[in-house]
Design a protein around this ligand. Structure first.
Ligand SMILES: Cc1cc2nc3c(=O)[nH]c(=O)nc-3n(C[C@H](O)[C@H](O)[C@H](O)COP(=O)(O)OP(=O)(O)OC[C@H]3O[C@@H](n4cnc5c(N)ncnc54)[C@H](O)[C@@H]3O)c2cc1C
Length: 456
């Protein structure tokens, strides 16, 4: 079988490449290979009753399948170059922003109409943050919500499925370089193509490393973000979330001068487990539909760790810390802020008596036995700083779930076209290390598709 283009991975990067390619050139023969299931078959077995925590499925339904890691995400499409990736460093700020806006239009016309776009432009919170040593980053954010995000993906799949070949539950094993293109190997079979787009996201990070080693594509890796997910009554943050939905706030710690930042804020949301390569960490999302909303808001507080020579395995460092929490708690650990600052473990009784009802069944424990002092001190400092703009953040009953780790794929050596040293072999989305978000990953897909279309 010979295709014009093979796309590996059906997350936002892969989907938007496919969408744009077929829109611009309906005659192209395209195949999409995806290790996970089609959207409607993606089911995480955790039901809160029979299965309470992660059972480490072979293919994680949260991370893999049509829609990628984004399928059950909160569907927050941030339009900004301030965070979410460094796509602008490759393609320029103006173009990156335009592509993110284009992706937003597609989402809106495929089921996202009626959802809100929030913006930090002109907000009074910028001043309030600065007065309290906090910095509010600039962004516009479309909040689709987990439910609408699912509908958008369903509609896009319906539009694509008859125009190209989708191969689900088909992990690609190797990429072979041919004289006139690429051979993609999966199981005992293979398919050839003239151009190949690899968009394997975070779940494909280990595989991506192997491919780069096999094909001698240079990579570098030096960053991991480590922290906790904070859960508190939604009213404490409602003045911010009602106006901005998600506020990305950065705090520079006094003790170590590290940057701690809020990440992935979910008003009225739920805290969830995340399984990356068998390691259970914490994440969160929220639904647009009111019937599924909770009385809590959750967000992550993360500290970025950059390593210098000779240490190279930043993800390994993050994994080891996550493993510690898995070892002590059998998965994610939860602790009341009051217990943490008093230096005692939380137990089921104290959590039950607290004012915040946890939305994730995690093991009560002691995060100070898991997180390095420098990171923990930074998080505690930031909670007190946030308490000044959202009084109540530092309440004893505020829940902290750990650990949240944001693994960064190693950065693959790609040029301004997101192309490797092999002509026609593109690496995009989170798998390239260049993007870390839905909008940047999607925009990178459109960008590469346009380039391929121009050349076809
Ligand atoms: C719970 C959760 C909530 C999130 N919420 C948000 C949010 O609100 N806003 C935001 O901007 N970002 C969010 N993110 C991050 C966002 O989902 C990712 O940045 C985005 O999905 C990256 O897109 P991608 O296409 O690069 O990779 P992915 O979405 O990871 O897709 C990669 C796909 O490739 C497949 N794959 C991997 N290896 C292979 C292989 N060898 N062969 C074939 N297929 C393979 C995987 O199964 C996967 O489906 C969230 C992530 C999670 C887990």
């Amino acid at each position: 079988m010979k295709y014009d283009v093979i796309i590996v991975g059906a997350g936002p990067g892969g989907i938007f490449s496919a969408y744009e390619l077929i829109k611009r050139n309906p005659d192209l023969k395209i195949a999409v290979y995806e290790s996970g299931y089609p959207l409607e078959k993606r089911r995480c077995p955790i039901d809160g009753k029979k299965v309470k925590s992660c059972i480490k499925c072979k293919t994680c339904a949260i991370m893999s399948g049509f829609g990628g890691a984004g399928a059950f995400s909160d569907g927050k499409y941030n339009i900004t170059n301030d965070f979410g990736g460094t796509l602008h460093e490759h393609i320029g700020r103006v173009q990156a922003t335009e592509l993110m806006k284009y992706v937003d239009e597609i989402n809106v016309t495929h089921g996202g109409e009626g959802t809100r776009m929030f913006s930090t432009a002109g907000t009074r919170f910028k001043k309030l943050c600065l007065q309290n040593k906090l910095k509010l980053l600039d962004a516009s954010v479309r909040h689709l919500g987990t439910d609408i995000n699912y509908i958008v993906l369903k509609n896009i799949y319906a539009e694509l499925k008859d125009k190209m070949h989708f191969y689900f539950q088909t992990p690609v094993d190797h990429i072979e370089i041919l004289d006139d293109g690429y051979r993609v190997h999966y199981g005992d079979e293979s398919a050839d193509c003239s151009k190949c787009i690899i968009s394997v996201g975070r779940s494909g990070s280990k595989w991506m490393e192997t491919v780069c080693r096999e094909l001698d594509i240079p990579t570098k890796s030096n960053r991991v973000d480590i922290g906790v997910r904070v859960e508190l009554p939604a009213v404490i943050f409602s003045h911010l979330t009602d106006e901005l939905y998600e506020s990305k706030i950065v705090y520079r710690t006094e003790k170590f001068e590290d940057n701690v930042r809020t990440f992935c804020m979910n008003p009225n949301g739920i805290v969830v487990n995340e399984n990356t390569n068998g390691i259970v960490t914490v994440n969160g999302h929220s639904y647009e539909g009111e019937d599924k909303q909770t009385e809590n808001t959750n967000f992550a507080l993360l500290v970025a760790k950059h390593f210098s020579e000779p240490f190279k395995d930043s993800n390994g460092y993050g994994e080891s810390i996550a493993r510690l929490s898995n070892m002590l708690g059998g998965g994610v650990i939860v602790q009341r802020f009051g217990d943490l600052v008093r230096g005692r473990r939380s137990n089921a009784k104290r959590i039950e008596e607290g004012l915040v009802v946890p939305t994730l069944a995690a093991t009560p424990g002691d995060l100070s036995l898991v997180l390095p002092k420098r990171i923990l001190d930074g998080i505690i400092e930031m909670i007190y700083a946030l308490d000044k703009i959202a009084p109540g953040t530092a309440n004893d009953d505020t829940l902290l779930y750990g650990v949240e780790v944001k693994f960064y794929n190693m950065e693959v050596d790609i040029d301004e076209h997101l192309e490797t040293k092999y002509k026609g072999l593109y690496i995009i989305g989170d798998g390239s290390g260049v993007t870390h978000s839905l909008s940047h990953a999607s925009a990178s897909g459109v960008y590469v598709a346009r380039r391929i279309s121009e050349e076809s």
